[in-house]
Design a protein around this ligand. Structure first.
Ligand code: BGC
Length: 888
């Protein structure tokens, strides 16, 4: 949106705010969480069918304040303080200012209009180069040809037609009902839309790595690990498998993937996303959604937008300039829309002073207008603040009540009343209902064969509502494959790895062990630490059907090799650990660092990490072991970057294996890599710094829950490695880094423009772009096919020059013309190349005009920068092997 319009909006919001009778008191809520161990939960519904939808409750006055007394889960596990990690927090204080208001009311806010035409426009033309023929998200383009931009316009058009026909016979109340969740714990899923006539209703269920609160399902590697494979095929396959499991459980809308950027290294939910680069996160989101939706479940891209930390997540305003928002934070959502995305979840926070779920600029302006998003927007759970949010772009309220068990709702009877008194046009409610139904039709969920919901998230032990359908199939094999491809080898001195049948091996640290008290689901939503860390905590988790710890897998392997195998799992007994390492051929020390969603606190970490130091005495443990054993290998299970300086240069630390969060198969995958059955090829999806202060942004502390915590994204475009490069700060391990057991050589760089100028309007747009003129504005202008078709081919040759087979991940970094205001290098392409010893292959990666553009705030369009573009191809963001100049 133009800055003048932002101003009008803010002024209008203030004007209406000053007329509002009271200020809201927002409280940071804790979710009442079901646990597989406890059959009942306070307030849980005892019946299998949803109770009265909120939209059918008698009209209520809109509350002006939210209840301060949310149900809490005070008994969630935290570690004892005697074992806390005492390092000082690596965070900076931030000041607070403006007060928060809930109900702007019918204030005459200028709403950005968008047309309801399908975008891109359906085409009857023969296939255009670089565009996958018009198809449905159930038949996506093959992953092997990433340059193909899918054209789902026809599928959307048909889905919208069916949806419009369906609501023709619906009353206003029925149309409102499909926009209004039935209220927390009133159905079987974490979110539920009640049936309407022959429309069976909707089940909305987390999570980004598997079906939450369901048994006999798979815990996939976290998205951060899927991203660290840098393999599109595995991102897609993971999406397909997760999609199948959701469908098998009768879920309509899977509440993922999550695609916030890791702006702050300590951010509690970073691990749910695809890392700290918008291009990488965009590929992760795109392939995951194509995969999930091909299986038939509706994906939900979340959290839209600028939700980058847990502290005060419901009462912080992310203040950010338009260019940065477009180039960094919108990027993965743009790619999601291109993947035919069915739904978006708006986030808790405010964006430049307006709640994300009430935000005309980000919802109507960017998402529905610029990106041409055809599906629907749901609120994060209780992230809605007014009925008028319908006008600013919200289509569905979740879970439906204003706060837990409130029996009130902003939509439901209130939305009906707003339509009846003329405040909100019925056409808008038609649009909301149409969008929700269109997404359902788009994925073919109107089929009578679509599975009914067969689990109960809130009553997992209720035999009447849980069919215990086993949806795992052979997905454990895929989990193991993703895991071993996601492992990043950070250090390997004198070929310490792979192991070659060591005579004596010891594992040290509780992170190598299975949970020693109560199995892999000991803590509700994984809100505690016991044994190997394989996912973070919060709503982005799922129940383990099984979990293979390193202890189990390494012992099984030792048995085959006749290795003498031992272990020492007391992290705080340094003398014991050091003694256990004496006389061992190799000592493998396991470290961890955990984080999660802010409604659970673990060891004083309220979602976000308090610091970037290894948990459970990890640094001291490595030092103690390394003092006694000159072949100390360190394995790290971490949600994100850690400061490794206390021991990384210790001469006895011979290898470091960055394992991340691997889900159910972690032990097996580590054996695969550490013993060399698989050559590591994972690459870091973020930078590992030498000091926390080296990162461009720090966690914003403070806030009192009532006043808005202002977080200004001062670093702008300079997120993660972009900042390290620009400020000339040497990281410990740079973004994109990862070692192999073999070596690769790069040669023969060729940069060739794609010889295609579209006909008619597209040809004109391409010519305008080349001349440095602004692009068009309008519905879908940022996802238009002319902008995303290949414009340049980057080809080169890679050879495996050593003696073992391996996979290289060549990365393409663009250097914008001087004066474009861009960071020195930005990732714009990558691929994975498997090579036998001595083998060479030619590789090509394409760049689109979008890849070569900057967001021009003045014209509100994507424009090329004038001047010389160059690029580098290499093995990381700092290890460039080939350089060339683009002739545009
Ligand atoms: C989270 C969402 C999640 C929702 C439903 C919220 O607290 O932010 O990511 O999908 O709960 O569980």
């Amino acid at each position: 949106m133009r800055s003048s319009a932002v101003l009008i909006l803010l002024v209008a919001a203030r004007a209406s705010a000053s007329a509002a009778p009271s200020l809201s008191t927002l409280s940071l809520s804790s979710f009442p969480l079901p646990s597989p161990l406890s059959p009942t939960h306070p307030g849980a519904s005892s019946s299998s069918s949803p109770s009265t939808p909120l939209s059918r409750l008698p009209p209520t006055l809109l509350p002006q304040s939210l209840s301060p007394s949310m149900p809490s889960t005070s008994n969630l596990a935290s570690l004892s303080s005697s074992r806390s990690n005492n390092s000082p927090p690596s965070v900076l204080p931030t000041t607070t200012s403006i007060r928060v208001l809930t109900e702007p009311g019918p204030s005459g806010i200028p709403i950005i209009p968008y047309t309801f035409a399908a975008f891109p426009s359906p085409s009857s033309e023969p296939p255009i180069q670089g565009v996958y023929p018009a198809s449905s998200p159930k038949l996506p383009p093959p992953v092997e040809i990433p340059a193909l931009a899918p054209d789902f316009a026809l599928a959307w058009t048909r889905a919208h037609q069916k949806a419009k026909a369906k609501i023709e016979s619906w009353s206003l109340e029925e149309k409102v009902n499909i926009t209004t969740g039935v209220g927390w714990e009133n159905g079987r899923c974490v979110g539920n839309i009640a049936p309407i006539g022959d429309f069976p209703g909707l089940c909305l269920e987390d999570a980004p790595l598997g079906v939450r609160f369901a048994d006999f399902a798979t815990v996939f590697p976290a998205a951060i690990n899927a991203a660290s494979t840098w393999k599109r095929s595995l991102l897609r396959a993971r999406g397909v498998a997760m999609g199948k499991e959701h469908v098998g459980k009768g879920v309509n809308i899977a509440l993922g993937p999550m695609m916030n950027i890791g702006r702050v290294a300590q951010g509690g939910r970073n691990w749910e996303g695809f890392g700290a680069d918008p291009f990488l996160a965009g590929v992760g989101a795109y392939e995951t959604i194509l995969g999930m939706q091909s299986a038939g479940v509706q994906a939900c891209a979340k959290h839209y937008i600028d939700s980058e930390q847990e502290n005060q997540r419901k009462v912080e305003s992310s203040n950010i300039d338009d260019r940065t928002r477009h180039e960094i934070y919108v990027a993965p959502f743009l790619r999601s829309v291109m993947a035919g995305l069915a739904s978006v979840m708006c986030s808790f926070n405010l964006v430049n002073g307006t709640y994300a779920c009430e935000n005309n600029n980000t919802l109507n302006g960017i998402l529905k207008n610029e990106l041409g998003f055809q599906g629907f927007v749901m609120s994060d759970w209780h992230a809605q603040h007014s009925t008028m949010s319908a006008m600013t772009g919200l289509d569905m309220t979740m879970p439906g009540d204003i706060f837990f068990f409130s029996n009130t709702t902003y939509f439901g009877t209130n939305l009906t009343a707003y339509v009846q008194n003329g405040t909100i046009p019925e056409a808008r409610v038609d649009d909301m209902a149409t969008r929700i139904l269109a997404s359902w039709y788009l994925l073919g969920q109107d089929s009578p064969n679509y599975p009914k919901t067969n689990f109960n998230a809130f009553l997992p032990l209720d035999e009447a509502t849980n069919e215990h359908v086993d949806v795992q199939d052979n997905h454990g094999e895929l989990v193991r494959e993703i895991d071993r491809s996601s492992v990043v080898l950070l250090k390997n001195v004198n070929d310490a790895l792979p192991l070659k049948k060591p005579r004596k091996l010891v594992l040290i640290g509780s992170d190598a062990a299975p949970a020693h008290i109560a199995g892999p689901n000991e803590f509700s939503d994984q809100g505690g630490v016991d044994g190997v860390l394989t996912i973070g905590w919060g709503s982005g988790t799922a129940w383990f059907t099984y979990k293979i710890s390193p202890y189990e897998a390494f012992q099984a392997r030792a048995r085959i090799d006749h290795t003498s195998f031992s272990w020492f799992f007391d992290d705080f007994n340094l003398v014991g650990a050091a003694t256990a390492a004496v006389e061992q051929d190799v000592a493998i020390v396991f470290l961890q660092s955990d984080s999660g969603e802010g409604y659970i606190t673990v060891d004083g970490n309220v979602g976000d990490r308090n610091n970037l130091t290894a948990w459970l005495n990890g640094d001291a443990l490595v030092q103690a072991v390394a003092s006694q054993n000159n072949n100390t290998v360190v394995v790290v299970n971490s949600v994100g970057p850690l400061i490794l300086e206390p021991w990384i240069d210790h001469p006895n630390v011979t290898a470091v294996v960055w394992a991340g969060l691997e889900g159910a198969e972690t032990g097996n995958a580590l054996v695969d890599v550490i013993y060399g059955a698989v050559n590591p090829s994972g690459r870091l999806p973020y930078t590992i710094a030498k000091s926390p202060q080296d990162y461009p942004a720090q966690l914003a502390l403070g806030g009192n829950g009532e006043e808005i915590l202002n977080i200004t994204y001062l670093e702008g475009l300079f997120v993660d490695y972009r900042h390290f490069d620009a400020a000339n700060i040497t990281p410990r391990f740079e973004f994109g880094f990862g070692m192999s057991y073999t070596e690769f050589e790069y040669s023969d760089l060729n940069l060739v423009p794609v010889e295609y100028i579209g006909e008619g309007q597209d040809g004109q747009l391409e010519a305008n772009w080349l001349a440095g003129k602004p692009g068009p504005q309008g519905v879908g202008s940022s996802t238009a096919l002319w902008l995303h078709r290949p414009a340049f081919t980057v080809s080169f040759t890679i050879q495996n020059t050593a003696h073992v087979a391996g996979t290289e991940i060549p990365q393409v970094y663009l250097h914008f013309p001087v004066g474009a205001g861009e960071p020195p290098s930005v990732l714009r392409g990558f691929t994975d190349v498997e090579l036998q010893p001595g083998e060479e292959k030619s590789v090509s990666v394409t760049l689109s005009r979008y890849d070569l553009s900057v967001w021009d705030v003045r014209s509100q369009s994507w424009m090329r920068a004038l001047g010389t573009y160059s690029l580098s191809v290499g093995a990381s963001s700092r290890d460039f092997r080939l350089k060339g100049t683009l002739s545009l």
